[in-house]
Ligand binder design. Structure first.
Ligand SMILES: Nc1nc2c(ncn2[C@@H]2O[C@H](COP(=O)(O)OP(=O)(O)OP(=O)(O)O)[C@@H](O)[C@H]2O)c(=O)[nH]1
Ligand SMILES: [Mg+2]
Length: 267
């Protein structure tokens, strides 16, 4: 890995000691971890603490859609108390879907000049130790546009998922791969690192998906400009706290759009 690449994040996580950490305060943060939230007050403070301990150089952006449980206030309080301004909260009025929340987060990231933007769920399913792996892969190869944390490649796994849920995800990914002619094994994965300049090639006004189909659509758009995608195995852990926002509407949206894209009935 290049020296510059290592400077993006603390190597403490990889070498296991504070003494091996690069002098993080000397470096401009170049990586923004975007975390959309809706009623994640039990999960997101734990996640923020873990990520910022493991990766002191990254900044975090919580994109909250007016969570009635006070998620945004809790994060702001935490930011003042222990995080010293490394975490930002983008408050949106109402629940408008994962896709819209990410696009707003990316726009914020562009405006603040980050070079890389991470997508990460708030619910603990995406492990901070895997984030270290994703960033390492991303920064080790400047030609990469998108790193996907994959459950469905060798070395990837899911923990505490019902068989039914696993089957749904595996089949959805097989179907998407087949319909879209893509060799990406986990198109629906929501744990990713995008190069900002790659995201800037995408016209956000053409991104229409809201649920996890958003992930398929974004991967598809990267493939459309021949962007380089690398999958890195991760361990996905079922959420411990809070409630899943997955529902039938989200599944149908994905099935429908993938079919229409595959048959070239929509762009
Ligand atoms: N801002 C915002 N965040 C959302 C919205 N819907 C889901 N999220 C967040 O997106 C992330 C993923 O949502 P989950 O409910 O975990 O859905 P999922 O991971 O697809 O499904 P599960 O595996 O069942 O948890 C979590 O951090 C949610 O809080 C939304 O409409 N707006
Ligand atoms: Mg989840």
């Amino acid at each position: 890995m290049e020296r510059g690449a290592l400077d993006h994040f603390c190597v403490k996580a990889m070498k296991g000691s504070l003494g091996n950490c690069h002098n993080s305060l000397m470096n401009e943060p170049k990586t923004l971890v975007v975390i959309p939230t809706y009623n994640e007050i039990e999960s997101v403070p734990r996640l923020i603490s873990k990520v910022s301990k493991l990766l002191p150089d990254v900044h975090l952006l919580i994109v909250d859609d007016g969570s009635p449980d006070g998620t945004a206030n809790a994060v702001e309080a935490m930011n003042q108390a222990e995080l010293r301004g490394r975490t930002h909260v983008l408050r949106r009025k109402e629940k408008a879907g994962l896709g819209a929340a990410y696009l707003a987060g990316f726009e914020w990231g562009f405006a603040h000049g980050y070079e890389a933007m991470v997508e990460m769920d708030a619910d603990g399913s995406h492990r901070p130790e895997d984030l270290v792996k994703l960033l390492k892969a991303f920064y080790s190869d400047p030609s990469i546009d998108l790193v996907i944390g994959s459950r469905w490649i060798k070395g990837g796994s899911v923990v505490n998922w019902a068989k039914k849920r696993e089957l749904l995800s595996r089949s959805a990914n097989k179907y998407a791969g087949f319909m879209l002619g893509s060799s990406v094994k986990d198109m629906t994965a929501g744990f990713r690192v995008f190069k900002s300049s790659a995201l800037q090639k995408i016209d956000f006004s053409t991104v229409k998906s809201q649920g996890y189909c958003f992930q398929i659509e974004m991967a598809r758009k990267v493939l459309a400009f021949d962007g380089k995608i690398k999958e890195v195995p991760i361990t996905f852990v079922e959420r411990e706290f809070g409630v899943s926002k997955m529902n039938m509407k989200i599944v149908i949206e994905a099935m429908l759009r993938v079919t229409l894209w595959g048959l070239r009935l929509i762009k």
